[in-house]
Design a protein around this ligand. Structure first.
Ligand code: PMV
Length: 338
């Protein structure tokens, strides 16, 4: 029987998705940079069924992972697209990440992109809109995963004036200025322990957040501004939108009913040093944050050497550093077993 191998990257949002409704639909549009090095590879094999219902064996880096398996079984059971596949076969999935488990990087984006892609292919779907259908399925597993199919930039969510933009699946952004075509994302790991509050809890807290309505309007405005910035090549605009978005995301966490903080003192120290460094050098380098304490440094490849000077100067304040850059989405293929 054939084996399916799917390799899909993670992505980092420039304009953040925070707050959802219905079945994992976003309350505001978001724009992300697709990564190249941080990825998940999934190997999927079809086996003979031994009993009724969904049969899944799930291994993460060679070890059976029951909790993720349960999350997957729940997800699979809700997708009619996978019904026939699981009626006919038991499925074995082996999954591996290129980034260390404890690096503080959210792995659900690359994992759900790879798993949904692999399951869709195993179901025999082969139409030209494969990525859109897979993106829609991945979105239901982990919202941000839907953006990992397209690169270097993807938009998820309805936005006036952008053809095909919608809440169900992501679309690639076109007409990207050369200034933004080879961006680097260097991830400064200040904390590698699992975070205390998950993103799903954070999204949930937007439901009766006092600033939710204003946040959703602001994020939409930032998407429109980011779109024109990516076309015009204006670094100052890029920096201003990206940093404001990162801080808005964390401001939402800090001002929700059950308020919480994910930034650490090390996060703030590095941000302040970066702003100072940018003032001194006038270099186009900025930060963004995920729902966590680690700092993502974004800059064009053309200033890599200079950026490394800054990174070297602050490396003692980090637990580790991951070097990544803009990528173009995933790869998927079938291999015949002997
Ligand atoms: O995809 P989720 O449910 O893990 O949420 C992701 C939320 C952020 O990473 C903070 C923002 C984003 O748009 O990716």
């Amino acid at each position: 029987m054939s084996k399916i191998i799917a390799k899909y990257p993670s992505n980092i949002a420039l304009v953040k998705y925070w707050g959802k409704y219905g079945y994992q639909l976003p309350c505001n549009p978001s724009i992300s940079l697709t990564l190249k090095n941080a990825s998940t590879t999934v190997e999927l094999e079809k086996k003979a069924k031994t009993k009724e219902g969904i049969e899944l064996d799930y291994f993460f880096e060679g070890i059976a992972n029951e909790s993720f398996k349960n999350r997957m079984v729940d997800y699979i059971g809700k997708q009619p697209e996978f019904e026939q596949l699981f009626k006919e076969f038991a499925i074995l999935i082996n999954s591996e990440n290129t980034f260390p488990h404890s690096a503080g990087i959210a792995s659900s984006a690359s994992a759900f992109a790879a798993i949904s892609g692999a399951l869709l292919k195993a179901s025999g779907y082969n139409q030209p809109d494969f990525n859109e259908v897979a993106s829609n399925l991945a979105r239901k597993g982990s919202g941000s995963a839907c953006r990992s199919y397209f690169g270097p930039y993807a938009l998820w969510g309805e936005l006036d004036g952008v053809a095909r933009s919608n809440n169900e699946y992501a679309v690639p952004l076109e007409d990207i200025h050369t200034n933004f075509q080879s961006m680097c994302d260097t991830i400064l790991i200040v904390e590698d322990q699992p975070k205390k509050v998950s993103s799903s809890v954070g999204h949930g807290l937007m439901k009766d957040h006092p600033y939710a309505a204003a946040r959703f309007v602001d994020a939409k405005k930032h998407c429109n501004e980011m779109l024109s910035t990516l076309k015009s090549g204006d670094f100052n605009q890029f920096i201003s939108i990206t940093e404001r978005e990162a801080l808005s995301l964390h401001a939402m966490m800090m001002t929700s009913g059950d308020y919480y903080l994910l930034m650490k003192s090390g996060t703030i120290q590095i941000i302040e040093q970066l702003i100072e460094y940018r003032k001194e050098t006038d270099l186009p380098i900025c930060f963004t944050l995920d729902a966590g304490p680690n700092v993502h440094l974004l800059y064009p490849k053309s200033i890599e050497e200079k950026a490394n000077e800054f990174i070297k100067a602050i490396q003692d304040q980090t637990k580790s550093i991951l070097y990544d850059e803009a990528g173009f989405g995933g790869e998927i293929r079938s291999e015949c077993n002997k």
